[in-house]
Write a protein that binds this ligand. Structure first.
Ligand code: CA
Ligand code: CA
Length: 452
């Protein structure tokens, strides 16, 4: 099952011993230039006041993902003026399903996958969204897309042989190849041809996370033992697999989830929650008796901490982001409890072996039952006040609300009115004007906020 074919041209990684926890999408910084092409590093995990706008940089390689970051964390660095702007609007040829964006020298490029499978592209420049031609125009209906920008040239990540249509391929920037999940659940390493294959029984819609060493983390051990069926199918994960791609393509750690429990999600969040220099793995585990619970593992598979369980089966919670949300810049994990029935947005802190709710806010949600879109939320300093907001929709998806922590708790501090219903993920991108947030709506539009 294991192939070892990574010797052909894989670029040696710079200073692997000094690898930071920067996003794999932004490691290939080559030179300074105009701010319009700056790609945020994974935000430094310090206090919010220290993670202000990054120095303008050209990056050789950046990615556009529905879940924002290659580590699965829906937290973007930089600052924006999203709260005080009217959206820039582009008309679409049909209802949109997914939106992704990347910085380019000519301004941020937005790609929209329509529900029936057409792709449309736009470049945001001079305050307008101008249609632009993408390298592909049709795409499997419902399939999420990803973009890779290399030296300003943007490509939709390719469809590879026998690929699962539940998820997109992921580019490995140093290797200059791709990994993808095939229709048998195998994880395939590809560079012009198949170079390796791991029989992991991956979820058909697993998002493949990537770190700066081009290691991969994904949900595997597909099982139907927890038939809640709210995330697009009845298949959930019985294990979490950590895979290295060099020097060989192999599994380095499997974290089993003992039955009857399963991971109910499509990807972990893979960040250094306690800032000790190593990443943790955050997943949502569920079973029929106690419902969903946040669980934190080490990369070696140790169970580090658990949050409270709901105490009732068929109740989900939606993990969204890990960021210094706390009023003093403390790292907190945010989820939405029971998003389908109007539960609260919860901010957790990790202490000892527990994840404990520090604050919560009501009235906003993050997921439509039955959908594979788990990316209707994004965190960042969207209004430029130095504190991080979580932007998520109202229950009817006709308002977007920004939830911010304070010493008193958490509350909605401003809202956006799209005058239509959110039908896609939210997509944030860095630009010369700071952070922008875009999404697709039921009036067949792409709307982008934050443009001055
Ligand atoms: Ca850590
Ligand atoms: Ca803010």
């Amino acid at each position: 099952m294991v192939s070892d074919n990574r010797s052909d041209g894989a670029t040696p990684e710079a200073s692997p011993e000094k690898a930071t926890l920067a996003d794999a999408s932004s490691e290939s910084v080559v030179e300074s230039a105009s701010p319009d092409v700056s790609e945020p590093q994974d935000p430094p995990e310090t206090s919010p006041t220290e993670q202000v706008v990054d120095a303008p940089q050209i990056v050789q390689h950046s990615v556009g993902l529905t879940y924002q970051k290659a580590n699965g964390n829906r937290w973007v660095s930089g600052q924006g003026k999203v709260s005080s702007s009217q959206p820039v609007v582009a008309s679409l040829k049909g209802p949109p399903a997914w939106v992704v964006s990347v910085p380019t020298p000519g301004g941020p490029l937005w790609a929209v996958a329509l529900e029936e499978g057409t792709l449309q592209g736009f470049t945001l420049s001079g305050g307008t969204l101008t249609p632009t031609t993408l390298n592909v125009s049709t795409y499997p209906a419902g399939m999420p897309l990803a973009l890779t920008a290399t030296k300003g040239a943007v490509q939709v990540n390719p469809l590879l042989p026998n690929q699962s249509k539940g998820t997109h391929s992921v580019r490995l920037p140093n290797f200059q190849g791709f990994v993808y999940i095939d229709q048998q659940g195998d994880l395939v390493l590809w560079k012009d041809k198949e170079l390796g294959r791991l029989k992991l029984n991956a979820l058909p819609d697993a998002r493949i996370l990537v770190d700066e060493r081009e290691r991969l983390l994904l949900l595997t051990g597909a099982t139907t033992r927890y038939g809640h069926n709210v995330l697009g199918d009845g298949i959930e994960a019985g294990s979490i697999s950590l895979v290295e791609t060099k020097p060989s393509f192999k599994v380095v750690q499997t974290i089993p989830i003992p039955a009857p429990t399963a991971v109910e999600g499509i990807s972990p969040i893979w960040v250094d929650v306690d800032k000790n220099g190593t990443r943790e793995i955050l997943v949502t585990q569920s079973n029929a008796s106690q419902g969903a619970q946040l669980v934190l593992y080490s990369e070696s598979g140790s169970l580090l901490a658990k949050g409270p369980a709901i105490g009732l089966g068929n109740r989900w919670r939606h993990q969204l982001a890990v960021a210094p949300f706390g009023p003093g810049g403390e790292m907190e994990i945010v989820d939405v409890l029971t998003p389908h029935i109007g539960g609260p947005t919860e901010f957790f802190r990790w202490a000892g072996d527990k994840l404990t709710v520090a604050a919560e806010a009501r009235g906003y949600t993050s997921h439509v039952i039955g959908s594979r879109n788990l990316d209707m939320g994004v965190a960042g300093d969207l209004d430029g006040d130095g504190a991080i907001e979580l932007l998520i929709p109202s229950q009817d998806r006709r308002t977007l609300g920004a939830i911010r922590r304070s010493a008193q708790g958490a509350s909605v501090v401003w809202t956006l009115d799209p005058k239509s219903q959110l039908t896609t993920n939210l997509s944030a991108v860095s630009s010369s004007q700071g952070l922008l947030v875009g999404a697709g709506f039921s009036d067949n539009t792409l709307k982008v906020w934050g443009v001055k």
